[in-house]
Write a protein that binds this ligand. Structure first.
Ligand code: PLP
Length: 454
């Protein structure tokens, strides 16, 4: 067996440089990855034995932290009973999980399982188009989305995303995606301030639907809070207004809960904090607390009954994936939701979010801190060169802050969007098992890191 710790580590990392291709990091950064070998609670340990407090839950997903033996046991039990069968037929873990998700969504939904958030969104787009076609409106094929949003890396999900630097060099992507400005209250695209806000960002969707001809619009996709695009918390009433606009124009509302779902926002799902019931909900990441890959696309049961509960040729969804709804992943998801219910993790996330928001206020005095946004146990700290002009801090300054935190044993994130106001946001998305003291430590280290770069 290879020695992964201590003396064995350099050889092991040399092989990484030679054989493994790391995405989303520059060639230079890929020469020096963190090599994580263990985890415990909110902490991870690298090959040299350094411990890091992971304020990003891996990639916004390890909500229950790194040491939940029940999740591993659930996978083991399932793998030793019935390791695999495709969902063109059925199995018990998928049935139980679909019922449980409906319960968490607070209404009856039909659930289609896949493997990643990207795929869950691709499935949502296909379902939206097919839904309209089967109701006699085959021209409804366009999907509206927001600039700054991230919905995944496959050709359709990337087309829905609104960050050019993830798309550049891969275009042309899937046709039929139309973008509108995001609700970004710090840099309002409509020149408003929170006190003069008239929800133009939502009203604009109404205009675009008419300009595009609403008979061609299949759906709007949106996250309750744009996460990877800078933690953009919408103004009060935004989601409700978008829902009303969708309804008026006959378009479906797809809510991407890949990050916001499963307690992250202090509710079971982010949209529940805004009191809207989506037509389609997409989920991944926290559904298994990151322990195994799984995603789901949930469609309101009445929409399913209306368009898909028929026996004509081509009336069924023509989408299958080998591993979607893998029994072990479903078993882990069920255990994740059980633990969340039994141990009150949704309420805990809400409470910790309040603690984090209060702690973060300390950073307001630091010269480069332009805006602090929080929503549940999620935060974005937008860095600026100048607080008056709001000139965004450079990508390198933001990267330095991340690196200064890492040097001090805390992992924070930054958003990947390099549009103005996009590359300069430090993100926090700690596991729900983090203690209040650990939260204070994260903010303390971030404060030191910010002071180190100004
Ligand atoms: N949707 C949102 C909001 C995301 O943040 C992500 C990933 O970060 C995705 C979709 C894509 O999920 P995946 O990486 O599992 O394909």
């Amino acid at each position: 067996e290879e020695e992964v710790l201590g003396a064995g580590a350099p050889a092991w990392l040399e092989k990484d440089r030679r054989y493994v291709w790391h995405g989303m990091v520059t060639y230079a950064a890929a020469q020096n990855p963190m090599a994580i070998v263990e985890g415990d609670g909110a902490w991870v340990v690298d090959a040299e034995g350094r411990r890091y407090l992971d304020a990003m839950s891996g990639l916004w997903c390890v909500n229950l932290g790194y040491s939940q033996p029940r999740l591993a046991e659930a996978a083991h039990r399932q793998l030793t009973t019935m390791p695999y069968y495709p969902l063109t037929n059925t199995h018990l873990p998928a049935i139980q999980l679909a019922e449980k998700l409906s319960d968490w969504l607070g209404a009856e939904y039909r659930v289609f399982f896949s493997n990643s958030g990207s795929e869950a969104n691709e499935v949502a787009f296909k379902i939206a188009r097919q839904y309209h076609a089967q109701r006699g409106e085959p021209n409804r094929w366009k999907i509206l989305s927001r600039y700054r949003a991230y919905h995944g890396n496959t050709m359709g999900a990337l087309a829905a995303s609104g960050q050019f630097e993830r798309k550049y060099r891969y275009e042309p992507l899937a046709p039929g995606f139309v973008h509108v400005p995001p609700p970004d209250c710090y840099r309002c695209p409509f020149g408003r301030t929170p006190s003069t806000c008239a929800l133009e960002c939502a009203a604009h969707i109404d205009d675009v639907m008419r300009w595009e001809f609403d008979d061609t619009i299949a759906a709007v996709i949106l996250e309750p809070v744009i996460t990877g695009g800078g933690v953009l918390v919408p103004p009060d009433g935004y989601l409700q207004k978008v829902k009303e606009i969708c309804h008026r124009h006959g378009a479906l509302m797809i809510v991407d809960e890949v990050i916001c779902g499963f307690g992250r926002t202090g509710a079971r799902f982010g949209h529940q904090r805004f009191g809207v019931q989506p037509d389609i909900v997409t989920m991944a990441k926290g559904i298994t607390s990151g322990y195994l890959p799984l995603a789901a696309t949930a469609v309101r049961a009445d929409l399913f009954d209306e368009a898909f509960a028929r026996d004509e040729d081509y009336a069924h969804l023509r989408h299958v994936n080998t591993f979607g709804g893998h029994p072990a992943a479903c078993a882990v998801a069920l255990a994740t939701l059980d633990i969340m219910e039994a141990e009150g993790f949704v309420d805990r996330a809400r409470h910790l979010g309040e603690v984090l928001a209060a702690e973060l206020q300390r950073l307001r005095g630091i010269q480069v801190v332009g805006d602090i946004r929080t929503f549940g146990l999620l935060a974005g700290i937008e860095l600026v060169e100048d607080r008056e002009t709001k000139a965004p801090a450079s990508a390198s300054l933001t990267a330095q802050v991340v690196s200064e935190c890492r040097k001090r044993g805390v992992i924070v994130g930054k958003t990947g969007d390099t549009t103005p106001g996009g590359n300069n946001v430090i993100t926090l998305c700690p596991p729900f098992v983090v203690s209040e003291e650990e939260l204070r430590h994260i903010v303390h280290v971030l404060e030191e890191a910010l002071q180190a770069v100004v």
